[in-house]
Design a protein around this ligand. Structure first.
Ligand code: PLP
Length: 427
């Protein structure tokens, strides 16, 4: 038996399900989760010393690869100065200036400690600003686990077939209107009915929690128009897509400006960080400038800021995103070719540095289509790749991530493993 197996057994004594976040438990693919011991560059190493080419990257943050020497050095330099003050530091201003420079729609930004806090706070701000309670989200989009947003959510909630969770008050869930992703006509109809009651639309501008589903042409533009027409706030949840799809996030990539943006993952370089920001007119309603309350003991933590700032500096290098998306394109083209050679129907999606693979011959543009893909083939593919030293997200409803440290050789090794695995699946 592997050490991971023993560690998982021990973990279940005092940790619900043995994990601190549900998807890690491998329920979506079966079997025991792999316990990691260390990671460097494109590799993660498990508790038995087995090395994997990692396409999860801590669910997105590790865009520079694991344990990047310059990020670690920036963290070490801060460590001796103290871990947390609960008072302002210059680093937070440098971070705010940098984020507002990089993210096209941001005049002001506030740091928090997770993506969930970022979306939850953006939502409260949108409601407080408009004086309206109803919100619009899309089926299969995951925005963290705040009550209002855990309605028909993606990611772990989707994997477990629990689109909404017990514990979310029905009275609150009623205020969340869930529409089909990429269906602008449905958005228009809803707003024609009750547009004056809707505080905001919150959307993943590229959906990454029902696998990876980019917006159809005109979808994001249409959301912008509808929000302008009805005085609703447009929130882009760029926790995953921010600094991942492009340096300016999905809003830079598609050229659409939301009113508010939620950030997480890459912005913290692997430390617990989130942020939300946007138009000055809205952000200045936030406490202490305005009446809408939001706070955090560890918000803007100096160690986290150091890791995040160094990450933002390194990803700002000219050509970084061309190189990153080139790697993803090579991987996707190669996977489709090898699947076709084995006679396994496979579709892929890509947006910059993130990707999705679907066991279907159809194009996948929404939740219904994502859940209709062949789950059994995905599970077999996941385990076949794991056995061959490639670590993919342990769920068919998660996007994959490539880092700048994944070289042509790593991608070739991944494709060789995929060719063998597709052959097994087809047999
Ligand atoms: N929003 C999106 C789009 C996400 O993908 C996630 C997490 O995966 C979140 C919000 C929640 O972020 P966190 O897990 O840091 O709370």
């Amino acid at each position: 038996m592997s050490r991971s197996h023993d560690l998982f057994a021990a973990a279940q004594r005092h940790i619900p399900g043995g994990v601190n976040s549900p998807v890690r438990a491998f329920r979506g693919v079966g079997g025991d989760p792999v316990f990691f011991e260390s990671a460097a560059g494109p590799y993660a190493v498990d508790a038995d010393g087995q090395r994997y080419i990692d396409y999860v990257g801590s669910w997105g943050p590790m865009i520079l690869g694991h344990a990047h020497p310059e990020v670690l050095a920036a963290v070490r330099e801060r460590l001796d100065k103290g871990l947390s003050f609960g008072a302002p530091t210059e680093l937070e201003t440098i971070m705010a200036d940098k984020v507002c420079e990089l993210v096209p729609s941001m005049d002001m930004v506030r740091m928090v400690s997770s993506g969930t806090e970022a979306t939850m706070s953006a939502l409260r701000l949108a409601r407080g600003y408009t004086g309206r309670d109803k919100i619009v989200k899309f089926e299969g989009c995951y925005h963290g686990h705040a009550d209002s947003l855990l309605v028909k959510a993606g990611s772990g909630a989707l994997t477990f077939g629990e689109p909404s969770s017990p514990g979310v008050p029905a009275a609150l869930a009623e205020l969340t209107i869930t529409l089909r992703y990429n269906d602008l006509a449905q958005v228009r109809e809803t707003f024609a009915d009750i547009g004056s009651e809707i505080a905001c639309i919150i959307v993943e501008p590229v959906a990454g929690n029902m696998n990876c589903i980019p917006p159809l042409p005109g979808f994001l533009e249409g959301l912008r128009e509808v929000c302008d027409q009805y005085g609703a706030v447009l929130i882009f949840d760029e926790v995953m897509t921010g600094f991942r799809v492009a340096l300016g996030g999905a809003q830079g990539y598609y050229g659409i400006k939301p009113d508010l943006t939620a950030l997480g993952k890459v912005i913290g370089g692997g430390m617990p960080v989130g942020a939300f920001g946007g138009k000055q007119e809205i952000m200045s309603r936030l406490s202490p400038l305005g009446p809408i309350y939001q706070a955090g003991t560890l918000s803007g933590n100096p160690i986290a800021m150091a890791a995040g700032l160094k990450t933002l500096e390194l990803i700002s290098a000219p050509g970084f995103y061309d190189e990153l998306s080139g790697k993803v394109m090579t991987l996707m083209n190669g996977l489709r070719e090898r699947a076709a050679a084995a006679g396994v129907p496979l579709t892929t999606n890509q947006a910059g540095g993130m990707f999705g693979i679907f066991f279907t011959a159809q194009q996948v543009t929404n939740y219904e289509q994502a859940t209709a893909c062949n789950q059994e083939q995905f599970k077999a593919f996941f385990h076949g790749m794991l056995e061959r030293g490639v670590y993919l997200a342990p769920s068919a409803f998660e996007a994959g991530f490539v880092s700048i440290m994944h070289t042509a050789e790593h991608i070739q090794a991944t494709l060789d493993a995929a060719a063998e695995t597709f052959a097994v699946i087809a047999a």
